[in-house]
Design a protein around this ligand. Structure first.
Ligand code: LLP
Length: 442
């Protein structure tokens, strides 16, 4: 492999690509020292490429920004066993929301006390796995979960829990990923009194130890201010609990939701920007209520994983007509449902071929049987884009592979890690054999 040396500045906002991205010979882009077109040839397409150093650097950036807090990676963004190891080695905890995520982490002996279990509807299997493996915190999300959880705790033991409260704050990149406002399925309302009722009930459960409160505003929250407001409302409630119940809860988990850039110019505050506002507000409100500062936890998922991932597709068809150009690729809504679910917008670039053709806007579509299977509207691509070209989509490391489906039986894509000029397969492609193996009845 020829070592690429020219930095990628000029490819748009540098933050859209991993920091290691550089131009490589022949119109290519290398990530982690490996040319992307080479990866497309070697592993086939579609394929998801993860820059290990980028994940680690982002994990470290969060720890640096909040040195006294617990930083817990939200596994739902993307989890595989290698990521479990990276997160563990960088000193983060792990937020899991199912027995599946929990058990996968356990296969790498991730310290269970550094895990937090979430879920608005935890199954008996989730609760059993959490207690058997010894997760550090279970986040109680409904009233009816309290007795059920307590019933799973062995006699003479106590499970540490947080209560997920609804602060009544609307924030997040799309209606479907806003979870802090009133009137949706998550959390227990502060304003409506449900959170207080749950606290009272937990305090009456000898097998549960209430250690704090949790809230998660939503995802792709592009400014720090809503977190400041959440801190204010939750600490006010902590003070109320102290006054009414005589408990001084020592932990405050603010969830995740920190935004990343998908396209040049998208707002994506650095961890320090969120961190400084949160710590300032926490100090102010605690002083105001004479409340001892609780230990803070944050749960970034997207902010650690998304910018480290690049999706690679091969163009299968180009269709021009009616003033539009459709560029159809060999993946689509089965590996990335985000554009069709949330109207998410992405950056797309041809890699592995230099082109001097003028740039035109095109609609990059998938191969699935739906008109809504669009990966990128108004993508800027060279006019001579053609079948066989490789398209790279940066900022693809979160909520794509983890939300991939079996639609049209096209098979979920593989995940390849790159680092120091080498690549390795982390998750293999789903094959027809896999599909057949699950289909056991006639
Ligand atoms: N903590 C809790 C309790 C959460 O529910 C989530 C995300 C996170 C942390 C991490 O949020 P992040 O830092 O990654 O924004 N599928 C959607 C995102 C759904 C997020 C669900 N919860 C998307 O593709 O945009």
């Amino acid at each position: 492999m020829t070592a690429p040396t020219v930095p990628i500045s000029g490819l748009g906002a540098p933050s859209v690509w991993p920091a290691s991205a550089v131009r490589a010979p022949g119109g290519d882009v290398a990530v982690g020292g490996v040319p992307l077109a080479e990866l497309a040839d070697r592993y086939g397409t579609p394929v998801y490429v993860v820059d290990e150093d980028e994940v680690r650097a982002r994990a470290r950036a969060w720890r640096r920004a909040l040195p006294d807090a617990e930083v817990v990676y939200a596994a739902k963004a993307f989890l595989c066993r290698a990521v479990v190891d990276w997160v563990e080695e960088e000193g983060l905890g792990l937020d899991v929301c199912s027995a599946g995520e929990l058990e996968l982490a356990a296969t790498r002996a991730f310290p269970p006390e550094r895990m937090v279990l979430h879920g608005n509807a935890k199954s008996p299997e989730d609760l059993r796995a959490a207690l058997r493996l010894g997760v550090g915190r279970v986040v109680v999300d409904s009233d009816c979960e309290i007795a059920r959880l307590a019933a799973h705790v062995p006699a003479h033991e106590r499970q540490r829990v947080l209560v997920r409260v609804l602060p009544g704050i609307e924030a997040g990149g799309h209606r479907k990923i806003r979870t802090g406002g009133e009137g949706q399925k998550f959390g227990l309302s502060l304003a409506g009194g449900d959170a207080e009722d749950a606290v009272a009930r937990i305090l009456g459960q000898p097998r549960l130890e209430l250690v704090g409160l949790h809230c998660h505003l939503g995802s792709q929250v592009t400014a720090p201010e809503p977190y400041g407001e959440a801190v204010r409302r939750v600490v006010e409630f902590l003070a109320v609990l102290r006054d009414r119940y005589g408990v001084t809860l020592p932990e405050l988990d603010l969830g995740g939701g920190f935004a990343v850039a998908y396209r040049a110019g998208d707002p994506a505050p650095a961890p320090e920007a969120y961190a400084s506002l949160i710590t300032r507000e926490l100090a102010d409100v605690c002083a105001e209520f004479d409340f001892p500062a609780p230990r803070l936890t944050v749960e970034p998922g997207r902010s650690i994983a998304a910018p480290a991932g690049v999706a690679l597709y091969r163009v299968l068809a180009v269709k021009r007509g009616g003033g539009r150009t459709f560029v159809a690729v060999d993946g689509g809504m089965s590996d990335n449902p985000r554009p069709s679910l949330y109207g998410a917008r992405y950056t797309v670039r041809v890699v592995g071929r230099a082109s001097s053709a003028p740039v035109r806007t095109a609609t990059v579509v998938g191969r699935h049987c739906e008109a809504g299977d669009v990966l990128a509207e108004a993508a800027e691509l060279p006019e001579d884009v053609r079948p066989g070209d490789v398209l790279a989509v940066p900022a693809s490391g979160a909520y794509q592979v983890s939300m991939a489906s079996g639609y049209n039986m096209t098979g979920r894509p593989p995940v390849v890690a790159v680092r120091d000029g080498r690549s390795r397969l982390l998750v293999r492609r789903e094959t027809l054999e896999d599909v057949r193996a699950r289909d056991i009845g006639l």
